[in-house]
Design a protein around this ligand. Sequence first.
Ligand SMILES: NC(=O)c1ccc[n+]([C@@H]2O[C@H](COP(=O)([O-])OP(=O)(O)OC[C@H]3O[C@@H](n4cnc5c(N)ncnc54)[C@H](O)[C@@H]3O)[C@@H](O)[C@H]2O)c1
Ligand SMILES: [Zn+2]
Length: 358
Amino acid sequence: MKRLSIDLGDRSYDIRVGRRLLQQAGAWVTEITNPSRVVVITHPSINRLYGEKLSAGFSSAKVPIHCIEVPEGERSKSLQQAEKIYDRLLEWKCDRQTVLVALGGGVIGDLTGFVAATYVRGVPFIQIPTTVLAQVDSSVGGKTAVNHPRGKNMIGAFYQPKLVVADLETLESLPEKEFKAGLAEIIKYGVIEDAALFHYLENETQKILAHDDTALAHIVATSCAIKAKVVEKDERESHYRMVLNFGHTVGHAIESLTGYSSFIHGEAVAIGMVIAAKLSQAMGYCSVDVPRRIANLIEAFGLPTRLPNLQAEDIIQSIYLDKKTAHKKIRFILVKEIGSIEIVDDVAESLITEALGC
Ligand SMILES: NC(=O)c1ccc[n+]([C@@H]2O[C@H](COP(=O)([O-])OP(=O)(O)OC[C@H]3O[C@@H](n4cnc5c(N)ncnc54)[C@H](O)[C@@H]3O)[C@@H](O)[C@H]2O)c1
Ligand SMILES: [Zn+2]
């Protein structure tokens, strides 16, 4: 097991990465939080696969354990779903020593975190992420949210978990498409912060695609360490945390313009990273070698590199609508070399249009 920590003063916590961790999570949760009761929030399918393994770990601690199942999909990240969870917690008379456990992907993690931040003004919560994206991204850093009909993640709070347990065994049941989409976020960490990680991804592509134990443990733990470092510097995204948005400016626009149906998040981010790299070269931030290596690696992982049939104008309008764009300027995270980026605040529309090539 690899054990990392995220240092946020009295909100610091451990991130544990390895195999066969679900069975041990109960003992760790009990030790860290001393709970009056535990409520696991998950999807029915994940509960069937992993619920028993997780609850077995709590039985020796003799802590009452409940489970709430929520339907799969982004639609569950809603205030209505949160309210249903509050109803159950109140029905069971859950107090402030109740610990919520998120067992699932980013949808479960964001929803559970939001409920934990708000139920009786805050109860402790634990992240047990079961997708690559959740293990390397959404479970670490304390962003919690539900969606509003007018925008994704519009209602939320910064609220840190007490522990993150990333059990690599859970990835074995993950659909291949979801697995690969999560790899896009790992490529992102290499580009923004860690040339050695990027190099490792280039050299060990086949091992990673074959779910090799050592390779997976290495790339997941390294990614968590990078995310932890970024969050430690800028927990509430006042500026530096935006580096995590590399590839996301255009990625979000693609997701939104295709109605969140043609691409899953990591796939759209993969295309967005190719565009951001091209733009970086066009603006003289990097050599031609950088966009080439990024596109080659994305392709090697079986992720898309080409824009779907969209108009540059629509993409630019969609970027303006994105909540992360300050005032009327388009901000891009540009790459200088692999492992080093710059946040650039005022990128000309003409250059973006050129990089989009449509
Ligand atoms: N909080 C943050 O910092 C942050 C960062 C990035 C993304 N997010 C959010 O994360 C969400 C996306 O997360 P996601 O990609 O994990 O999607 P997800 O939670 O919807 O999971 C994807 C699919 O995989 C299934 N699944 C999960 N684990 C499985 C397993 N081990 N075996 C088989 N199937 C499994 C789920 O049921 C679902 O159908 C979005 O809502 C996004 O806004 C949050
Ligand atoms: Zn992302």
